[in-house]
Design a protein. Structure first.
Length: 262
C-alpha cells in the first residue's frame, strides 16, 4: 500500500495505484462518526475528484472490529438548539449526497460493525463488499431517532419491508441476511476483504472513466433530493423530543431507555 496523503480529521487516505483507500480512523471509538466527520469527508472526496490519478475509492474502517459504529452519541448531546441540530442533519445529508453524486465509484469494504450512520454510509456507496464477520444495523430508534438517509434509500436497495424490519427492530443483521436483502453485494473472508475490494476497484478503474461516471449517474437518475428536506426536518424535531434526551442519557449510562412517546 502506498503512503498516506493529505491531512483530514479522523480520516486516513492511502493510494494503491489508481485507487484511493479511505479509512474511518477512530478505532478507539469503533470509528464512530464525530461532528466534524461530515464536512471533512466531503472535503476529502472533493480533493480526490480533483486528482486525475484517482479512478476509484474504497471506504473502510481502521482495525478489524468496525467499519463504523455510527454517529458519536457524545456529539449528539453537544448539539444545542433546533438550529444546530438542523445544520448537523443538513451536513450529514450533504455527505451522503456527495458520495452518490461523485463521478468516482465508491466501494464500501465493511470490516466488522456497520451501525446507524455507518450502515447508511455503506448504503450511499455504489456497492458493498463485506467480511464474513460483519454486522449491519439501523438502530437509531433505540435512542429516539430515525436513520434520515436510510429511510430514503433503504427501500430502493432492500425493498420497503426489509427497510422497515431494520428500522423498526434495530436488529443486528449478519452478512448472509444482508446479502439476501440486497444491502451487501459480496461476502468474503475477513482476511480477504481488502484484497477483494482492491481487485474490484482495479476492475472498475480499468473501465472508461466517462462511461463509469455516466453509468453511475443514470442508475441514480431517480434520486429526489427534495426528500432530504423532509428527513432533515423530521430528525431535527426528533432530536428535540423527551424520548431522544432519554435515549442519549440511557446510552451514556449503559441502561435500557424508558420512552414515553413525547
Amino acid at each position: 500500500m502506498g503512503t498516506g496523503e493529505g491531512t483530514y480529521q479522523d480520516l486516513a487516505v492511502e493510494r494503491d495505484g489508481e485507487t484511493a483507500v479511505v479509512r474511518l480512523d477512530r478505532p478507539h471509538k469503533h470509528n464512530a462518526l464525530g461532528r466534524h466527520f461530515w464536512a471533512e469527508f466531503r472535503r476529502l472526496l472533493g480533493d480526490l475528484e480533483a486528482d486525475r490519478r484517482t479512478r476509484a475509492v474504497i471506504l473502510t474502517g481502521t482495525g478489524d472490529r468496525a467499519f463504523s459504529a455510527g454517529g458519536d452519541i457524545d456529539g449528539f448531546v453537544e448539539l444545542d438548539g433546533l438550529a444546530a441540530r438542523r445544520q448537523y442533519m443538513i451536513g450529514c445529508m450533504r455527505t451522503f449526497a456527495a458520495i452518490e453524486e461523485s463521478p468516482l465509484p465508491v466501494i464500501a469494504a465493511v470490516n466488522g460493525l456497520a451501525l446507524g450512520g455507518g450502515c447508511e454510509l455503506a448504503l450511499a456507496c455504489d456497492f458493498v463488499v463485506a467480511s464474513s464477520n460483519a454486522t449491519l444495523a439501523l438502530p437509531e430508534a433505540a435512542i429516539g431517532l430515525t436513520p434520515g438517509f436510510g429511510v430514503l434509500r433503504g427501500p430502493s436497495a432492500m425493498g420497503r419491508q426489509w427497510t422497515k424490519y431494520m428500522i423498526l427492530t434495530g436488529e443486528h443483521v449478519g452478512v448472509e441476511e444482508a446479502l439476501h436483502a440486497g444491502l451487501v453485494q459480496k461476502v468474503v473472508a475477513a482476511d480477504q476483504l481488502m484484497a477483494t475490494a482492491l481487485r474490484l476497484a482495479v476492475m472498475v478503474a480499468a473501465r472508461a472513466p466517462l462511461a463509469v461516471t455516466i453509468g453511475k449517474r443514470i442508475v441514480n437518475r431517480g434520486v429526489d433530493r427534495g426528500e432530504f428536506d423532509y428527513a432533515v426536518e423530521a430528525n431535527s424535531l426528533l432530536f428535540s423530543t423527551e424520548d431522544a434526551a432519554e435515549g442519549f442519557q440511557a446510552f451514556q449510562q449503559r441502561r435500557p431507555p424508558k420512552f414515553k412517546g413525547r
